[in-house]
Design a protein around this ligand. Sequence first.
Ligand SMILES: [Zn+2]
Length: 248
Amino acid sequence: MVDDEALRDMTVRLGFNNVIDAFHNIGGELGVRFFIDERRESKGIRLTDDFRRLAADRQAGDLVEEVEARWRLVETAWELGVAVPLVSYDPDWLDFGADLRGRRVTVTSARGALNGYQKGRCFYCFGSISILPGSIELADIDHFIPHVLGAWLPGNINGVWNLVLACRGCNRGGMGKSDRVPSARLLDRIHARNEFLIGSHHPLRETLIAQTGPTKCGRASFLRLVHMEAMTLRVADWYPVHKAMAAF
Ligand SMILES: [Zn+2]
């Protein structure tokens, strides 16, 4: 056992060591560096031009939302004593929540938690989206396999595995996806997204594993199975018109 004071001292001394070492490592080394570690030479870190570019980028506001959402996800789950795997999306509340002794509690904003992988791009057309409340490009949270088919399909339709951020053009009626089943050609894209979240130790990693299976191969089969069953309910499939270069 350590007392509070010892714990605080230890945090001040060691707390940032691993953060600095691990910062550029997201399931593999990042191609850019946001700071140079000069703790040995000058007891600090030196920010790079890439960091300044990031701060000036139109997605800088999204980044703050996203980091906040990640923290809220982990912290609220701990605080409430809810296991992160039990977290699922609530379409009425537009957030991730959990059932706590029969009561529905909000865990975090779904937009913030999902944006990391999509980098401000629509999952389908790669057009630009935002997660900042009030933005004209505010993303919709889209069920990859349509929510209306959920009752007839295996798996939790509101699970993180099935949720993406989409621009309004792609999500809603008209030329949009609406209640249509996405083309099988998009299965690799959603699978890659889910595997990225699992591989990068995202707070939703355990949730995804609990919802879709313990192995990569099993998770791919799960997606194919749900998609195949969805296609028996809706014959026509949907594929987006790409508005920008593929971003993931
Ligand atoms: Zn779109």
